[in-house]
Design a protein around this ligand. Sequence first.
Ligand SMILES: C[S@@+](CC[C@H](N)C(=O)[O-])C[C@H]1O[C@@H](n2cnc3c(N)ncnc32)[C@H](O)[C@@H]1O
Length: 287
Amino acid sequence: MSDYDPTKTSTGHQLSEGTYLDSHFQAMQPEYEAMIRSVGIQPGWRVLDAGCGGGSFLPHLAELVGETGHISAIDLAPENVAKVKTLIEEQPLGCPIEVEIGNLTALPYEDNQFDAIWCANITQYLTAEELDKMFAEFWRVVRPGGTVAIKEFDLTSFTFAPFDQRCIWRLHVGEPAHGALRSFQLPTWLKQCGFVEVDCNTFLSERSHPLRPMELTYFQAIFRGQAQIAMQSNISKQDKDAWLAVTDFKSPDHVLKHPDFYWRENHILVVGQVPDNQTKKVQSENG
Ligand SMILES: C[S@@+](CC[C@H](N)C(=O)[O-])C[C@H]1O[C@@H](n2cnc3c(N)ncnc32)[C@H](O)[C@@H]1O
């Protein structure tokens, strides 16, 4: 199996290339739209899409803030930022929007500049130290009383069938510390970083036959990615063969063709507030 991973960005993040992100968004659209609508973003707000990827969430953020709102979007991968620029040139979003390349651990924005931050599918890529830095930056750039919304894939709930479930677990155990395994710790993390009124909700995505074309595209990309990880992992030959088999899409016995095929992924949405002016001031002074 080739080492080439079409879902990887030029900055080295797997499952982060724009076309792949579009397929994931489309496959999970009902749940994703419900998540972003539940955050409480208001018309007229200034919102940051932190780690915007190919811009899948931007039309929905634009709809929420309306024509009196304002969106900033930032991402590390230059090709994702270029894709967003093309997207908004071809289909203006209806509110002012600026997009730039940048690192979430050192944001190029003024203090208290935003009413809210939307940050989807990013924390899994960050080390604990980077996550602390990113939350400290979110704290700095969001106004007192403003909102921070963190959406993350929960790898602990991921499964598909018919397939030996232990094979999935053994792969996760063999992976180097995967950030999507700690999604349930994000509420605690946010509180430790000083955010208040932290709320956590889960959005379960389940799929079975008949599958839509965008679901097939997305599942196949995930199977290829899992098989690549499996080939580099310290698991048995039997497990590696099982993962290779899920990339043999032409096989009449492929799991995606099974009448009882089942897919489950879970998404976590953690929403917290920056405390009021006085508390933020005191906490900032205390470092
Ligand atoms: C899985 S994609 C998610 C994109 C988008 N939020 C979505 O959900 O469709 C992860 C994105 O995080 C970006 N990224 C990873 N680490 C970053 C960092 N430290 N600063 C800025 N962007 C980062 C990657 O370039 C990639 O576009």
